[in-house]
Design a protein around this ligand. Structure first.
Ligand SMILES: C[S@@+](CC[C@H](N)C(=O)[O-])C[C@H]1O[C@@H](n2cnc3c(N)ncnc32)[C@H](O)[C@@H]1O
Length: 274
């Protein structure tokens, strides 16, 4: 494992499409976790990297269990959204163990070149292993890289996707500008991220599940409660969908819309580069 690095894990009923147009990132508090002492608002990229790497072994299993398997449908939704654009090259940012990249491969039946980047070497290694075991060698090109400084020239990709990654990025505007820079004119950006259901009973139950139960379940299943507590805190502080629209627009993206999925647990945003 790399040293000094570390952080967080990873939504269809269609409800809302909104097209709003200035914005700010969410503010910052402090929280100290157990084993992974990562302040979710003052965190450094190295800490987030180290944290994600520390939960790499259980990462996929916990994603499926904690989301009751919904994560698979959410990823399918993202991949099917990419099918609306004529594609030769797709970049999946913050790819983790590559589940979204693999779904992209499946839906495009190998007809697109897929690059998948993440700064956690451990998660990428698991992704590479999955590709090998599935006999898909040479179909998805993993790279260890920071989303805030992409190792690509301008105007390279038809689509840039990110699932459950934007929340974890320190400088979101910088990253969104990087996604814009490497996207071809006419290309699109698709972001799937956790959100929060509107107020009410479901909101209260969901908050309880996120903040109290998820860390406990993670610990029982042998992962790190602190990392999963961080997950809940970052979801709580992430800009709501309409604010995220403005954040994405501030990086240059146009025609930004979103779709709330699974009663608002996640939201899928889409933006276009002209
Ligand atoms: C919650 S995971 C999501 C992984 C995957 N996309 C999925 O859907 O399961 C967030 C990922 O973002 C990565 N990450 C966070 N900040 C990053 C950055 N600045 N550059 C690259 N990767 C980053 C983490 O290493 C982690 O793999």
């Amino acid at each position: 494992m790399k040293t000094g690095r570390k952080a967080v894990p990873s939504g269809s009923s269609l409800s809302t499409i909104s097209n709003v147009s200035s914005l700010t990132d969410s503010p910052a508090d402090a929280l100290v976790m157990d084993k992974n002492i990562v302040d979710h608002k003052e965190r450094r990229a190295s800490e987030v990297d180290r944290m994600f790497s520390s939960i790499a072994i259980h990462y996929d299993l916990l994603n499926h269990i904690l989301s009751f398997g919904l994560d698979k449908g959410w990823r399918r939704k993202v991949a099917s959204e990419t099918r609306k654009t004529e594609c030769r090259k797709i970049l999946d940012v913050c790819t983790g163990t590559g589940d979204t990249a693999i779904e992209l491969f499946r839906q495009w039946k190998g007809q697109v070149h897929i690059e998948a980047i993440d700064f956690s070497r451990e998660l990428i290694e698991i992704g590479r292993k999955k590709i090998n075991e599935a006999g898909l060698n040479g179909t998805i090109f993993f790279k260890e890289s920071n989303a805030e400084a992409l190792p690509y020239k301008d105007n390279q990709f038809d689509v840039v996707t990110i699932t459950f990654g934007l929340r974890n990025i320190m400088d979101r505007i910088q990253a969104l500008k990087e996604f814009y820079r490497v996207t071809k004119p006419g290309g699109v950006f698709i972001c799937l991220e956790f959100s929060q259901p509107a107020h009410g009973l479901f909101h209260a139950l969901y908050s309880f599940y996120l903040i109290k139960l998820v860390p406990m379940i993670a610990a029982v299943l042998g992962s790190d409660a602190g990392a999963y507590r961080y997950l809940g805190m970052t979801i709580k502080d992430f800009p709501p969908p309409r604010e995220l629209v403005r954040l994405i627009e501030s990086a240059g993206w146009r025609d930004v819309t979103y779709l709330s999925l699974t009663s608002g647990i996640v939201a899928m945003h889409r933006g276009k580069k002209y």
